[in-house]
Design a protein around this ligand. Structure first.
Ligand SMILES: *Cc1c(COP(=O)(O)O)cnc(C)c1O
Length: 243
């Protein structure tokens, strides 16, 4: 479907119902882990989804969205410009796309090298801006995944903090895809423990204690492990069209 198609009333109602369900589960999981019901933010992962579906969510009071590809971030920005929201980039960022990203994203969650962070900081110097960032950590220990290795996270965090135009908010991970809690949980507990260690050592200041982790299939687990932001796609918008 293209972004100019309109949804049926049923499709829109379905998205709203799923949003309400995710919000209820998020609040319940936060409370179960001893936190306030509103302690965990819900970011809607909108990759491959048409702007019309995203509009339904924004109009329903969900104002935080994340795109994986700069191209999609740019393509949907105009369609959504009339609805207040915050856009994050949650996928890998190539250095030649930094300018476009900074035009449309308020936060970049995929900082995994000093090279990239420096390029962003330099560009912000030119346009006199700032941007929020998360350092992405590869907790899955797979070479194929993006993110800084856990043992290199402290050095990167420290270097990123030295860049004046980047506002570090915390750590992000995608984690190991898995079916059972035993498979999934270690990635999330690793990120929580890493964050705690870096807070202890002073590498992470009080302003950078967020943990972005958890997706449709495992967000309750991620919240139990301390997530402060979960990234939800398919359980709200339905399965993504396969490429
Ligand atoms: C797609 C995606 C999500 C959401 O995944 P779902 O399983 O659809 O909820 C979260 N984070 C990132 C980085 C993603 O690419």
């Amino acid at each position: 479907m293209s972004s100019t198609d309109t949804l049926t009333a049923d499709e829109s109602a379905d998205i709203r119902a799923r949003l309400d369900e995710v919000a209820e589960r998020t609040a319940a999981a936060a409370q179960a882990s001893g936190r306030d019901a509103d302690a965990v933010q819900i970011l809607l992962a909108t990759k491959t989804q048409p702007a019309e579906k995203i509009r339904v969510a924004l109009e329903h009071g969900f104002g935080l969205i994340g795109e994986n590809k700069v191209q999609e971030l740019v393509a949907k920005a105009d369609d959504l410009a009339d609805l207040p929201h915050e856009s994050h980039l949650i996928g890998p960022l190539q250095k030649n796309k930094v300018n476009h990203t900074l035009r449309h994203a308020q936060c970049i969650q995929s900082i995994d090298s000093l090279d990239l962070a420096t390029k962003i900081d330099n560009r912000l110097g030119v346009i006199d801006g700032t941007v929020d960032v998360f350092v992405q950590v590869n907790t899955s220990r797979e070479d194929s995944k993006s993110g800084v290795a856990p043992e290199d996270a402290e050095a990167l965090v420290t270097a990123v903090r030295a860049l004046q135009r980047l506002r570090l908010r915390g750590l992000m991970t995608i984690g190991l895809p898995g079916q059972t809690p035993e498979e999934i949980r270690p990635s999330y507990s690793d990120l929580r423990e890493l964050s705690a260690r870096l807070i202890d050592s002073g590498a992470l200041p009080e302003t950078a204690t967020e943990l972005s982790m958890g997706m449709s299939n495992d967000f309750d687990l991620a919240i139990a492990e301390g997530a402060t932001m979960v990234r939800i796609g398919s359980s709200v918008f339905g399965a993504r069209p396969t490429a």
